[in-house]
Each structure stands twice: as structure tokens, then as C-alpha cells.
Design a protein around this ligand. Structure first.
Ligand SMILES: Nc1nc2c(ncn2[C@@H]2O[C@H](COP(=O)(O)OP(=O)(O)OP(=O)(O)O)[C@@H](O)[C@H]2O)c(=O)[nH]1
Ligand SMILES: [Mg+2]
Ligand SMILES: [Zn+2]
Length: 291
């Protein structure tokens, strides 16, 4: 029996990296009956069938799991946003941060396409990045010719997952990190005003002391697993200032003696962060429960 990590999954075949040796594996029949599927990132025990093939016997318990795209045992979630095409959006950053925290992941922010961005826009985005840094997030703003290797290597060990809208430059970052990967990248379709999805599946690549995952761009974020009362915990500075509200379960909307609202007034919580919090809270509060 060998142990390895699933780095790729294509039509029921799971490629497993076992200390640098690759095996194409299939799950034993008993998995299928239990409606349980292995996903990329899983650590698995497998039985060797021949030099390149094997059968998965057991999937180790997942430390964490992102549902869309499906990938497990994530150490660093890298939120990739472009400055332009598609435009930088703090609303999207905030929503992505909420998703990351809801799955117990540790998010970082990379903004791309600095080289395509006007000086004025760069200044504006830098101002937002200072706010995110003050909340505690690591942020980077990069362009075509920046040293991506240093950034990727600074994350520390484990699996880093690049995630973000289609066309923001996830595969481009990976190609800059490891030019011999030659991953497919593409122009975004402006006429459709949304990304043409170039990357179609999750795949892990080797990185110093770990892996980095390229993923397909998402078109919609899913908050179905989040209850309205949880949202405040996923805006870290709101969570922190919220400790001093009069009511322990204060949602910082209409409650009296709310420290969060006071700190927004005082300029210690950015207005846009608070607005995005309220928007998401209300969206979730108004959603129709599906059964
Ligand atoms: N000038 C410039 N172009 C960039 C940069 N990053 C990405 N691009 C371009 O943006 C386009 C989309 O990049 P991709 O790497 O394919 O984007 P992606 O995030 O992998 O997209 P999906 O695979 O569809 O999710 C390509 O034409 C890239 O060349 C950058 O920093 N500077
Ligand atoms: Mg891609
Ligand atoms: Zn409050």
C-alpha cells in the first residue's frame, strides 16, 4: 500500500503523486456505493496494480474542503483579482473572503494586470489594499514582469489554491512561476462581458515545499451554506469590534449601542466593508429556503 495526494481527476481516473511518482488510480467499488467521491487535494492510500496504475482503498479525513471548485486540504487560498478586464471589485473581494472564512481557509489577495492599469487606477486600488492589509490580509499587486517566484515561495509549505473569476490571470501567474508548465491562457471575451473559461479542471503543480492549484474561473459565488448570523464573523474587523457591542448577538444593523456602527462613523471600519456586510446579510436573510 502507498500513500499519495490526488493532483488531478479526469473522468473517474485520479492521478496520485506519491513522493514524486505518478499513478493513475481508480476508487474501489465500495466508494461508489457510498456515493462518496475522492477530490483533488485528497490524501489517499492506494494499492499498486502495476508501474503506473492503482486502486484507491482509503481517503484520509479532509482537513477542509472547498466545494466550488472541489479541492481539499488547502493551506492557502489565493484570491486572484485583476485590476482591469475584469475590473477590480471590492464587493467581489469581500464576498470571496467570506467564502474562504466560511470554509475555515486562510485567504490572501493577489491583484494582477498592474502593467495594463492607469496610474490613477493603481493609486485607487493601492488605497483599498492598504485597508485589506490593516485588516490582516496579505496582499500583492503584480503585473506581467514581476517576480512571481518570490511571492509563491513566501507562502510557506502546503497547498496554495489560486481562485478567482475567469480571465483574471490565474494560469498566467502559474506560467510565470514555472514557465515549462505552458498552461493554456486566453483573452477574455469582451462582447460577452464575462470570462471565457480557459482552464477546465483543478490541477495541482509542484511548488517549493508543497503544491499550487490552478482552478477554473467561477461565474457565481454560492452562499447557500452560510446562515445570516454567521456573516459578521467572516468580516474580521467587524467581528473584532463587534465584541464591544451592547448585545452579544448584535448583527450591527439596527441594534442600539452598536460598536460596529460607531467604528464605521469614526472611520475605523471602512464604509464599503460595512456596506458589503449589510448587503450580504440582507441577501441571505431574504433568501428563500430550498428543501
Ligand atoms: N498584461 C497582462 N496581461 C495579463 C496579466 N495576467 C493575465 N493576463 C492576460 O489575461 C488573459 C487571461 O489570463 P488567464 O491566465 O487565462 O486567466 P485565468 O484566470 O487562468 O482564466 P480561466 O482559466 O478562464 O479561469 C490572458 O490573455 C493573459 O495573457 C498581467 O499581469 N498583465
Ligand atoms: Mg486559467
Ligand atoms: Zn453591533
Amino acid at each position: 500500500m502507498r500513500t499519495g495526494r490526488i493532483i488531478k481527476s479526469i473522468s473517474g481516473v485520479y492521478r496520485v503523486d506519491a513522493d514524486g511518482e505518478m499513478f493513475d488510480t481508480k476508487p474501489r467499488g465500495l466508494f461508489r456505493k457510498k456515493k462518496f467521491s475522492p477530490i483533488v487535494g485528497d490524501i489517499v492510500d492506494f494499492e499498486i496494480e502495476n508501474v503506473t496504475e492503482g486502486y484507491i482503498q482509503h481517503v484520509h479525513e479532509r482537513r477542509n474542503e472547498l466545494k466550488r471548485p472541489p479541492v481539499s486540504n488547502i493551506d492557502h487560498l489565493i484570491i486572484v483579482m485583476s485590476a482591469v478586464e475584469p475590473d477590480f471589485s471590492t464587493q467581489l473581494v469581500d464576498r470571496f473572503l467570506v467564502i474562504a472564512h466560511s470554509y475555515g481557509l486562510n485567504p490572501r489577495i493577489i491583484v494582477t494586470k498592474k502593467d495594463m492599469t492607469s496610474e490613477e487606477q493603481i493609486q485607487r486600488i493601492e488605497q483599498y489594499l492598504v485597508i485589506y492589509r490593516n485588516i490582516g490580509y496579505s496582499t500583492q499587486f503584480v503585473g506581467k514582469d514581476d517576480n512571481i517566484e518570490a511571492i509563491f515561495d513566501a507562502w510557506g509549505s502546503g497547498l496554495a489554491v489560486l481562485s478567482g473569476q475567469s480571465g483574471v490571470g490565474k494560469s498566467t501567474l502559474l506560467n510565470a512561476y514555472q514557465p515549462d508548465l505552458s498552461l493554456e491562457t486566453n483573452q477574455i471575451s469582451k462582447s460577452l462581458n464575462r470570462g471565457k473559461h480557459t482552464t477546465r479542471h483543478v490541477e495541482l503543480f509542484e511548488r517549493k515545499d508543497g503544491f499550487v492549484a490552478d482552478t477554473p474561473g467561477f461565474s457565481a459565488l454560492d452562499f447557500d451554506h452560510i446562515q445570516k448570523d454567521e456573516v459578521k464573523d467572516y468580516f474580521l474587523e467587524i467581528q473584532e469590534y463587534g465584541q464591544a457591542c451592547k448585545f452579544r448577538n448584535c448583527n450591527h444593523i439596527r441594534e442600539p449601542k452598536c460598536n460596529v456602527k460607531a467604528q464605521v462613523e469614526a472611520g475605523n471600519i471602512a464604509q464599503f466593508r460595512y456596506d458589503h456586510y449589510v448587503q450580504l446579510f440582507e441577501e441571505i436573510a431574504n433568501r428563500k429556503e430550498r428543501y
